[in-house]
Ligand binder design. Structure first.
Ligand code: BTN
Length: 265
């Protein structure tokens, strides 16, 4: 599908966002689009700058994992933000990206993408999209945040070890989808939510996350907090800054700032 390359000349005519994607850097192959966006950020690139690749050779995931980035099959994109937020509040940007991704997938494919805290998107319980935000801050100010998103769009197959956990829109919807259309929809929704966030409407944004996630309330989970620490309990919504609240067996509610839900029922 040559017309579905993520080339700026295919994207600009369909772009409905005003700032996100206004400047596009398209690469056929790169290590990681997040690295490209960080470099551009250091050179003073404006907010909304978008780095896209058809293939990544060192795609990164959260917690030191890698992100499989098959040529031409997925969306591998990084967006540069210069938000007026305190560093401790920057994590909400990834929640915003997850809501935008879930909404865009539903709009483009009619598939219902669940959000697993903090920002994995799942179709039929398998991951179809991941988000990796990387921040550069100085003292109490954010210099920039790069939000990287990988969406498995037209992958027809995953390596065996991934197949149990990963899926694509194509596998679930039994058809291929336009990456350009999905990306443009994502950018628009992300921009609208980001504007809401910048206007101080964090509660509205978090409510949209809760509405789209079956993980928000009443899910029995084990959360891996890193360094061998684990937390077990039932999810009890998001805190006012987007942390996951987990009710422990003794009734005490813990807030998880960062971690990985490893088991859920
Ligand atoms: C995760 O679920 O662990 C996050 C995956 C993020 C993958 C995307 S693909 C585009 C951008 N570049 C990267 O190297 N990673 C992100």
């Amino acid at each position: 599908m040559a017309q579905d390359l993520l080339l700026p000349e295919f994207i600009y005519p369909r772009l409905k966002s005003h700032r996100l994607g206004k400047t596009i850097h398209h690469l056929l192959e790169t290590g990681s689009t997040n690295d490209g966006a960080r470099q551009l950020a250091e050179q003073g690139a404006p907010e909304g700058t978008l780095v896209l690749a058809e293939e990544q050779t060192r795609g990164r995931g959260r917690l030191g994992r890698s992100w499989l980035s098959e040529r031409g099959a997925g969306i591998y994109a990084s967006i540069l933000f210069r938000p007026v937020l305190k560093p401790r509040d920057a994590a909400v940007l990834t929640l915003v990206a997850a809501v935008a991704g879930s909404e865009a997938i539903e709009h483009a494919s009619r598939l219902n993408a669940d959000i697993k805290w903090p920002n994995d998107l799942l179709l039929s319980g398998r991951k179809c999209c991941g988000i990796l935000s990387e921040m550069q801050a100085e003292r109490d100010d954010i210099r920039y945040v790069v939000v990287g998103i990988g969406i498995n769009v037209n992958h027809s197959l995953f390596p065996e070890e991934l197949g149990q956990r990963a899926t694509s829109l194509r596998i679930e919807g039994k058809q291929t989808y336009s990456r350009v259309a999905l990306l443009c929809e994502f950018l628009l929704r992300f921009e609208l939510l980001y504007d809401d966030l910048q206007r101080g409407n964090l509660a509205t944004v978090l409510q949209r996350w809760v509405d789209r996630s079956t993980f928000a309330f009443g899910k029995q989970v084990t959360v891996d907090l890193g360094s061998g620490r684990k937390l077990e309990g039932q999810t009890a919504g998001l805190s006012e800054v987007g942390n996951l609240k987990v009710k422990l067996a003794d009734g005490h509610v813990e807030e998880v700032v960062s971690g990985d839900i490893v088991v859920w029922r």
